[in-house]
Design a protein around this ligand. Structure first.
Ligand code: FMN
Length: 359
């Protein structure tokens, strides 16, 4: 198979297999409303097979970053409608990454409490905006009822995203945020139905995915996971436990028939990811993680080796609005500038040159 060939992921028809990975860029202000430069940023990148938006918060206590966009208020939904319309006008597809930050936050960011599966803080400091850092707080451990209310917020947010014209949602179960915190034995020390055994730790994610799939249709729902990423203290260092936990997760997801599973793991073609792919039974989007920037060669090879149906590409899409055309024609690439990843304006956001302008 060829990276530039079309593919179907559930209800999503992609013109090619390059997926824009979710990229937090923090340019939506205190109100969390995607504004003109955000519309322009995504519109510029609509030539990928599928745009996955940056992690977007489904309720106030799930907010993790200053300038993060939300999908809570009508104004936020209207902002997203403009983004979706702009991507569609260019023939693209777009899903929203619905992200609950869990304990990777601070009351100064949420404006309210910080929640997690258990009252265990992350060691270290969190950026609270304006260049200021604070120690991570001790999060409030969600009660069983509060966990179910959080699930309902995921559903409402997903419905709002689809009503605003997005083609679907990706649930953020990766990188140490709330859903991942339920999966990891280091961050989940609950003794109710959502904690303890691998099956119990997988249960909350299965229930969220099931409820969202029922609400908006399974063919519009993807899930992102990052087993063994060992980030933000959501440690997963025992391969047997990882297989048991994520295996239980896959067994719970398989009957749903979701659009895709997106996996961030250093070895997408390795035993763990390919075993989870078999147990999931649907399309896989692969990404080898933060350690090295995805290259054209790696993306081509993942598809050629049939290790995935599509490839999530982060920093190269960030720096190249026309990445697919560049990769297709083997043209040179702009290099990403980390200093502007989380800045506030158009610099390093909407001003990376297109190929024609670069020549
Ligand atoms: C600036 C930046 C922001 C990111 N934001 C998110 C995010 O909101 N959600 C997520 O799941 N991953 C996020 N990631 C991880 C990327 O989706 C991707 O997995 C990572 O960049 C590795 O892929 P790459 O080598 O192609 O860049 C982010 C990465 C970067 C560099």
């Amino acid at each position: 198979m060829d990276l530039f060939s079309p593919v179907r992921l559930g209800d999503l028809e992609l013109a090619n297999r390059v997926v824009m990975a979710p990229l937090t860029r923090m340019r939506s202000g205190r109100a969390g409303i995607p504004r003109d430069i955000v519309v322009e940023h995504y519109e510029q990148r609509a030539g990928v097979g599928l745009v996955v938006t940056e992690g977007t918060f489904p309720n106030e206590e799930s907010r993790a970053f200053a300038g993060q966009p939300g999908i809570v208020t009508d104004e936020q939904a209207e902002g997203w409608r403009r983004v979706a319309d702009a991507v569609h006008a260019r023939g693209g597809r777009i899903v929203m990454q619905v992200m609950h930050g869990g304990r990777v936050s601070h009351p100064e960011l949420t404006g309210t409490r910080v929640v997690a599966p258990s009252a265990l803080p992350i060691r270290g400091e969190v950026h609270v905006g304006g260049g200021v850092k604070q120690p991570f707080p001790v999060p409030h451990a969600l009660t069983t009822d509060e966990a179910r209310a959080t699930l309902a917020d995921f559903v409402a947010a997903s419905e709002r995203a689809v009503a605003a014209g997005l083609d679907g949602v990706e649930l953020h179960g990766a990188n140490g945020y709330l859903l991942h915190e339920f999966l990891s034995p280091a961050s989940n020390q609950r003794d109710d139905v959502y904690g303890g055994s691998p099956e119990n730790r997988a249960r909350f994610v299965v229930e969220v995915a099931t409820a969202v799939a029922e609400a908006v249709g399974p063919g519009r729902v993807g899930l992102r996971i990052s087993p063994e990423h060992n980030i933000q203290d959501a440690l997963e260092t025992d391969r047997e436990d990882v297989l048991a936990t994520y295996g239980a997760l896959m067994d719970g997801l398989r009957p749903l028939g979701l659009a895709y599973l997106s996996v961030l793991h250093v070895e997408p073609g390795g035993d763990l990811v390919q075993e989870l792919r078999r147990r999931f039974g649907g399309p896989l989007i692969a990404n080898s993680g933060f350690g090295t920037v995805t290259t054209r060669e790696e993306a081509l090879r993942l598809i050629d080796d049939a290790h995935a149906e599509a490839v999530a590409v982060g920093r190269p899409v960030l720096a190249n609005p026309d990445l697919v055309a560049r990769w297709r024609g083997e043209h040179p690439e702009n290099q990403p500038d980390p200093a502007t990843f989380y800045a506030s304006g158009p610099e390093g956001y909407t001003d990376y040159p297109f190929l024609a302008a670069a020549r």
